[in-house]
Design a binder for this molecule. Structure first.
Ligand SMILES: [Zn+2]
Length: 429
């Protein structure tokens, strides 16, 4: 039985349930999830629906909607094994990457990126956003069309978006900025304009040109911003101000924003207040921040590098955790599993209730869209794309999450079905 009609006794996170959902001992009661034709028909508290011969008894198994990995670098993934020694820190990793570029061919990029997408799909992800390094003002990088082909090939399994990761100085000239945006726009609706905004290349004029050219091409934006612990970095606060000045109508993702953690609180909070009023989604990348910030050879890092995730959440700023680099010079670990990112964040940022509260930072693909997100998300009416954690519980999650059953449109796409789930169904049948 690959496709049940009812998932009985599922444990859904609090953020995914209506505010009047009944509680028991301080936790939401378990749910009946009724499926029909690959979609979720209804979600009801237990005790409120009749068992069916085609139900699975999940017995409290944790369930999440399909995962989103909002920030990856598929073009760089899996390059580490062929590299020599890499100097510590962000800028050392960039140097190593530049040296490796001579080996890149379309076949090489395709093989590595495909492996990454396969891993993402296997862990329950249906939406991956990748950045693609873009170095030249007038030449489309070789990896760019490869990603567009992969986006096409993976349609129906993983929605792949691609962001042109362009260093800020290439936007210094307004006409050139517009040409770059037009090239990105021509790729298709899954392409976004991006940039690397850092105090070492800072230019308000270039950032303004980037935002204005995206606006005029009707593009969404995804930036690497203030990925440093330099308190003088002003990329995020300037982005929030410029968006208001130009009346930008799309969505902007600001990734990293580590510098907030190094700034005086009053300044950082004022910036977050401005971000909360702007169409900005924050993406935090805890693994690479831990590895690349405050990194000096032979010295134990003192700072965490993570941005102010609790303060952002308290202001209602949409916030996602994502993988970033996987097995490349920026990060030797990783598996394109966003749950790993949350596992890291839960410790580094001392997050309360990772399952009931923070798991939405792995699931809210709607936070990447320009339309306003619903105040209270729901499974009802959505495709039955679920991730069932067969060995975890709500106290320890995301520990023991390696074992999963992945449902796609109500059918088992991956994982071993625990025999006990079907016992009740067989007894009735
Ligand atoms: Zn990145």
């Amino acid at each position: 039985m690959n496709a049940p009609v009812l998932l009985d006794n599922a444990r859904l996170p609090r953020w995914l349930l209506p505010s009047d959902w009944p509680q028991h001992s301080g936790a939401p009661v378990l749910a009946h999830i009724a499926l029909d034709a690959g979609r979720v028909q209804s979600v009801r508290p237990v005790g409120d629906a009749a068992p069916s011969p085609h139900s699975w008894d999940l017995a409290g198994t944790l369930a999440l909607p399909a995962l989103v990995d909002a920030h990856t670098h598929l073009d760089k993934a899996f390059t580490l094994p062929r590299m020599q020694k890499v100097q510590p820190g962000l800028l050392g990793a960039i140097d190593a990457m530049l040296a490796d570029r001579v080996r890149w061919t379309p076949a090489d990029v395709r093989e590595r990126a495909s492996r990454g997408l396969q891993w993402a799909w296997e862990c329950g992800t249906t939406h991956v956003r990748t950045h693609v390094d873009w170095w030249e003002p007038d030449a489309v990088p070789m990896a760019w069309p490869v990603m567009a082909e992969l986006a096409q090939e993976w349609t129906g399994r993983v929605r792949l978006e691609q962001v042109a990761l362009i260093k800020l100085p290439l936007f210094e000239d307004a006409a050139q900025a517009l040409r770059l945006a037009q090239q990105v726009k021509a790729t298709g609706p899954h392409a976004l304009l991006g940039g690397f905004v850092h105090s070492t290349n800072w230019s308000e004029n270039a950032l303004r040109n980037l935002l204005v050219s995206a606006q005029s091409c009707d593009l969404d934006i995804d930036l690497h911003v203030d990925e440093e612990l330099n308190a003088a970095a002003v990329g995020l606060q300037t982005t929030a101000r410029l968006l208001r000045e130009i009346g930008y109508e799309g969505r902007v993702v600001c990734g990293h924003i580590c510098a907030l953690a190094a700034q005086p609180e009053a300044q950082a909070f004022a910036t977050l207040d401005a971000v909360a009023r702007a169409p900005i989604t924050v993406v935090s990348l805890p693994a690479t921040n831990l590895l690349l910030q405050d990194a000096v050879t032979g010295r134990t890092p003192r700072q965490r590098g993570l941005t102010l995730v609790k303060e952002a959440q308290a202001r209602g700023i949409p916030l996602l955790f994502a993988s970033d680099n996987v097995q490349d010079p920026f990060c030797r670990l990783g598996s394109f599993d966003p749950v790993e990112a949350l596992g890291t964040a839960a410790l580094v940022a001392q997050l309360d209730e990772p399952f009931d509260t923070w798991s939405q930072a792995l699931c809210r693909a709607d936070w990447l869209r320009r339309e306003p997100a619903p105040a209270r998300p729901t499974l009802v009416g959505m495709p039955a794309d679920l991730v069932l954690f067969t060995e975890a519980d709500r106290f320890g999650w995301p520990s023991r999450t390696a074992s999963r059953v992945v449902l796609r449109e109500g059918r088992v796409a991956r994982g071993e079905l625990p025999a006990a789930w079907r016992t009740a169904a067989h007894a009735i049948a």
